[in-house]
Structures are given as C-alpha cells and as structure tokens.
Design a protein around this ligand. Structure first.
Ligand code: ADP
Length: 667
C-alpha cells in the first residue's frame, strides 16, 4: 500500500486547500490579539479610574483639612475678640488677660505666646513671660512686626503677619486690635507655631494617607507632618494656606497606598487566567493545524480511494455482521443493475440473487459468516435487475475497523460470464480437436486395422466354409460342428472387439471423469497398436509392476494419449538405422508413491535432438512429412485436465521415455 505521506505528496497538489480552516486560523489569531488588547485596555481603564478616584478623595480631604484650619483660627479670633471686648469693661485688666491667655496656651498647643501691646506699641503683658525670638524686644519702626501691628491699628480689624523662621521653628502671628469707641488702644498678638498647627489639627489617619507640608512663597518647606518616611508619592494637591496668606501654601501628597491583598490576588488571577487562555489557544492552534493536516491527508486518501474505487472493474460490496449491505461501489451497481440507494440497507435475501438458486446463495453466505469462504472464491449465478443472469466469482473477507474489531464482511465480485464463455468455447474447440486428432490417428491406422480385422474375418470365412462343407457332405458330428462354430464365435468376438475399440475411440463424447482401470486402458491401446507395430517389426511388451487402484479419469482420452505416445515411439524405431534387437517398445505401469501412478512409454528409437526438445509440445510442431504436430500438445492438455503431468526423459539405453504421471484420486 501507499504510505499516506507519498499519497499526500502525490495528491495534495491537485486538491484545493481547505478555505474554512484558513479563515478559522485567521479568526483565531484576531480573537487572540483582540483579547490581549482588551485586557490591556481594561487594566488601563481600571488604573485610570482608580487614580481619578484617589485624586478626588485627595482633593476632598485637602479641602476638609483647609476648612479645619479655618475653623480653628476663626475660633481663636472669636475668643480674642471676646477678650478685647472684655478688656474694655473689666477693671482688673491684667488679671483678665492673664487668665484668658493661660486658657489659650493650655488648650491650644499651636499657640506659643499671647502678648498685649498698648497703643504706643509697648508690651503691657505677655504669657509666657519669656520672649520668643521675633517678639523678644520692644517694637521699632520698620520692623516687620511693627508693620503688622500698624496694619491692625490702621485697619482696625484682625490681621496676620507673614511667616518667619526661628530656631524653634517657623511662626506667624495674629493681631487683634483693641478699639474703645473706635479709638485704637493697643493690640493682642497671638504667636502660632506652624508645625504646632499641623501637629494639632492634622489627625493621625490623615497623616497615614498623606504627607502634609506648609511651604512659603519661595517654595521652601516650613513644616510637615507625615507618618511614613521616604514613601513614593504619586498624587499631590496644593492650595493657598489662608489665613495667614502671604503666599503660604498647604501641599498634600498622597502616598501610594499598598494595594490590598484581594486586589493583588484578583490581578494575579486575571493575568494568570489570561495567560493560560492564551497558552491554551496557542496549544489549540497547534492542535487545529495538526487536525487540518490530518484532514487534508484524509481528504487526499479519500480522493485517491474514490478514484481507485471508480476505476475498479471489480464489484465491491460490504455487509455488517447482521448481513445488511453497508457499501457498494459503482462497478458492483453496474454489474447487478441496481442503484446504490436500492442496495444500501438491504439484508438477505438479496435482490440480485437468482430465485432458483436461493439455497446456494444462502449456503455461500453462511459459509462466509462462519469463516469458511473458499480462498479461490465461490462461483455463483447472480441476477441483474432486468432478470438476466450472470456468473460471478465472490471472494469474501472479514471487515476489520480501525480498532481491530470485526464489524462486517467485504466481498469482491468478479463477473466471470465472459471468461466462462471463452473457457467453454476453448473447451469445445479442444474437444473437437481431440476428436479430429483421434479420427486422424484412426485414419493413419486404417490399413493396419484393416489388416488386423482381416485375420479374424478370414478365420471366420474359413470356419464357415468348413462348416458348410461338412453340412453339405452330411458327414459331420454335432461335436465337430459345435467346436468349429465355437472357434468361429471367438474370431467374430475378436473382430467385434477391434471394431468396438475403434468405435469407442473415435466416438465424440464430452470429457467425463469416471473410475477407470489403467491396466485395461494399456491393454486396449496396445491392442489397437499391435497390428501397426507388427508392420514395422516392433514388439510391444508390457510391464505391470503392480495392480494399481482405479483412478478417476476419462478412459477414451487417456487411451488417446497412450496411443499417441505408442505411435510416436513406434515411428521413432521404424527408421532403417534401428536394428531388430532395438525394436522393443515397453509400456510400464509403476506407482512411485501413494500420491501418483506413472505410465512409462519406453522406446529405443532415434531419440530427440536437443534443438527440437523445447518445441516438442508446441502446437503444429512436427519433424514428419505427414505429421500434424498436434499429438503431444493434445496429450499434455489431456493429462493436465486430469491434474497430472506429461514429460520425457532420455532413455539411457538410447531412445526416449515419455512419462505420464496421474494423481491417485479415490473414486
Ligand atoms: P506428429 O507425430 O504428428 O509429428 P507429435 O506432436 O506427436 O506430432 O510429435 C511431435 C514431434 O516430436 C514428432 O514429429 C517427432 O519429431 C517428435 N517425437 C515425438 N515422440 C518421439 C519419440 N518417441 N522419439 C523421437 N521423437 C519423437
């Protein structure tokens, strides 16, 4: 058989490629790419919306913090306004200031100092008593401090100073003017620590999420609060820190919060799943490719098989184990005249079986099912759809599927009608030829037979004449007459036997095998040949070594063979160069083994020259002027008809030995 690879190579060129598979692969690739892009986009969108949310939260938190600062400072402003108002009415102003300032310092850690200036800018009173760096001395014109004080005095309302650095940290001040009936009587100054404000007002949870810084106008940091150091900040938001103003900025940076466990788990899972999906798609791609290749090979094989099947002249028919037809090829349909549709699914009895031979068909089918189908095929007579009959040779074989299971029967059916007709014709011609050849043999033997017949006829004549003479003379005894008539009868029988042999021999009959005795055949043949042999002084001897069993054969045909060999032998010894001592023809019957019997026709004639040995059995080959050259050819076909063999060997004593070997078949 052809390997599928060679088959593929041979046929793949002719077959169009599978279009759907190309599209399928392209679609798969596009789907894989789209999935990848979508995943990336999904992550980007998620990240973006997360960042947006964080930013919104940051802004809201910063605004809340700013509001907290404002409330805090406004609260202080209210308290100081109350103190200013109380100071104008209270008699013991010093005590009042002391109590209130202590209250402020105690409750608000961001307040470093509270100072009371009179209208001339001198310190009336302060708490704590020590002076902080900037407010350490008396006021002098041109000081920043004085400027703030002046502004409060001029505006007559609460003002703030700018922020400034001190060794203890950055500070700023809040100035509340003391006005009595619209006249300026001094100011209450509250000194704030910038970091103190952050420390007091920024709650712990805020500091954990953000880094909060207060920067001055030139961008340098004044104070900060954060719980985390050196953490990356991704988002930041700044708003003016008012009051006090003066370009101060509140800047809040969001820490990149470590992602939650669930978030990490989900992301890992999504990436893992996407990777495994992509991987499995990749594997699928390989699988699909292999499938396509297999399909292509399968298609090629199918196309090859189909082409082969359609070119077959042998009918193919498959049946399942239940005997129903599962497949027929076009040749089979053509043979029986039924269409594939009419045959598929049909079970016994089949429509193409000859109704008169149903039993034979059933028997053949049963034999096949039991595994007894003859190797050389079963010959059956089938019927076409139009009712005409034809002879077919059916070879049944088990149908084995890919898993090695026996699932039905496959038969190849050969229409042998034409072959049988040709065989019949050849057989008839052969018979005619054999008959003709026998007639020719007889024609050739006519003179010797006439001579042989002459003897008994002459004897009969003389016995009859003798009897008549006695009867006429009247001198006879019945015993004498009886004896003479007995001899006469013997001679008549002898003549009759000769005529019967001739008649049997030339009678045209169909070859038929029947039990026959080889000794009788030899006797008859030698008997027929004896007169001919005598004419050329050849003596025929018989050597029957054993008495063989009867075998199945056609007596006349075997006689014809023997007669031909005897005649050839006699002719080979009738030449002038052969002395009398060599003119002995021996017919020997031997049984070398249980299987065969052999008849040896041994002559001591001229022998067969090497150059003509090869052509001896060829039709019309002869070395004789009057020969036909058909004798040995017919002899061989007759012996082969008997499933035997005919050949010749050189006789070591000179001459030739023709050997007929016949199988011993019990009758
Ligand atoms: P035919 O006898 O008509 O020639 P055969 O076919 O019987 O045809 O024989 C063919 C040839 O074989 C003969 O012409 C003869 O030359 C040769 N031949 C046959 N038998 C013998 C034999 N016993 N000895 C020598 N030659 C033989």
């Amino acid at each position: 058989m052809f390997s599928s690879i060679t088959l593929k190579n041979r046929l793949s060129v002719k077959l169009p490629p599978l279009k759907w598979s190309n599209w399928y692969l392209i679609a798969l690739k596009i789907a894989m790419g789209a999935l990848l892009v979508l995943l990336i986009a999904l992550f980007a969108v998620l990240y973006e919306s997360d960042a947006e949310e964080r930013r919104a939260t940051l802004i809201a938190d910063v605004l809340w913090l700013e509001q907290t600062f404002n409330f805090h400072l406004e609260g202080h402003a209210d308290l100081l306004q109350q103190l200013v108002s109380d100071l104008t009415h209270e008699k013991d102003k010093k005590e009042l200031f002391r109590v209130r300032s202590q209250y402020l310092l105690k409750n608000f850690p961001d307040i470093l100092q509270v100072i009371w200036f009179d209208a001339s800018g001198k310190v009336q009173q302060k708490a704590p008593a020590i002076m902080l760096p900037r407010l350490g001395g008396e006021m002098t014109d041109g000081d920043a401090q004085n400027q703030a004080l002046e502004m409060a005095k001029r505006l007559g309302k609460l003002t703030y100073s700018d922020a400034y650095s001190t060794p203890a940290g950055p500070q700023f001040e809040m100035y509340t003017p003391v006005l009595v009936e619209g006249a300026y009587r001094g100011s209450i100054v509250v000194v704030y620590s910038v970091s103190g404000i952050l420390k007091t007002l920024v709650p712990w949870w805020f500091a954990e999420k953000y880094q909060i810084r207060i920067m001055d106008s030139d961008g340098s940091e004044l104070a900060r609060k954060s719980k985390v150091t050196n953490a990356n900040t991704t988002l930041s938001y700044s708003i003016p820190f008012e009051p006090p103003g003066y370009g101060l900025v509140l800047r809040v940076d969001a820490y990149r919060g470590s992602s939650s466990f669930v978030e990490i788990l989900l992301t890992t899972l999504v990436i893992g799943l996407a990777t495994s999906v992509l991987l499995s798609l990749w594997v699928m791609r390989g699988h699909v490719r292999r499938r396509i290749a297999a399909e292509q090979a399968h298609r090629s094989e199918y196309a090859f098989r189909k082409a082969m099947e359609e070119s077959l002249t042998v009918g193919m028919r498959a049946k399942n184990l239940e005997g129903f037809i599962t497949y027929v090829n076009p040749a089979f349909c053509q043979m029986v005249g039924f269409t594939e549709e009419e045959l598929i699914g049909v079970g016994p009895l089949m429509p193409y079986w000859d109704p008169n031979l149903m039993e034979q068909n059933v028997a053949i089918t049963e034999a096949a099912v039991q595994g007894r189908a003859p190797r050389e095929g079963a010959e059956v007579r089938l019927m076409r759809k139009d009712g005409s009959r034809f002879d077919a040779l059916v070879y049944e074989a088990p149908l084995i599927d890919a898993d090695g299971n026996h699932n039905g029967w496959m038969a190849s059916v050969v229409d042998v009608t034409a072959r049988k007709r040709a065989e019949d014709l050849a057989r008839q011609q052969q018979e005619k030829l054999q008959a003709t050849s026998r007639l020719v043999t007889m024609g050739e033997m006519a003179s010797s037979l006439a001579h042989e017949l002459n003897q008994p006829l002459a004897a009969i004549t003389s016995y009859t004449a003798g009897c008549l003479n006695r009867l006429e003379s009247g001198a006879f005894s019945s015993a004498e007459l009886k004896e003479a008539l007995g001899k006469l009868a013997v001679q008549a029988q002898r003549a009759g036997r000769i005529i019967r042999r001739v008649h049997d021999f030339v009678r045209k009959s169909e070859p038929k095998l029947a039990p026959c005795n080889l000794v009788e055949i030899i006797d008859d043949s030698v008997g027929l040949m004896e007169s001919t042999s005598k004419l050329v002084n050849v003596r025929i001897t018989r050597e029957i070594e054993l008495y063989p069993r009867e075998l199945m054969g056609d007596r006349v045909m075997l006689e014809q063979v023997l007669l031909n060999l005897l005649r050839n032998a006699i002719e080979a010894m009738s030449g002038s160069g052969i002395g009398q001592e060599r003119r002995v023809l021996t017919v020997r019957l031997v049984q070398p083994d249980d299987q065969q019997v052999q008849i040896h026709v041994v002559d001591r004639g001229s022998g067969i020259p090497r150059e003509i040995q090869e052509n001896l059995f060829t039709p019309f080959f002869t070395t004789k002027a009057s020969g036909m050259g058909m004798g040995l050819n017919i002899c061989r076909s007759i012996i082969e008809f008997h499933r035997g063999r005919l050949w010749f060997e050189e006789n070591p004593e000179g001459g030739t030995v023709f050997i007929i070997s016949l199988p011993v078949i019990k009758p």
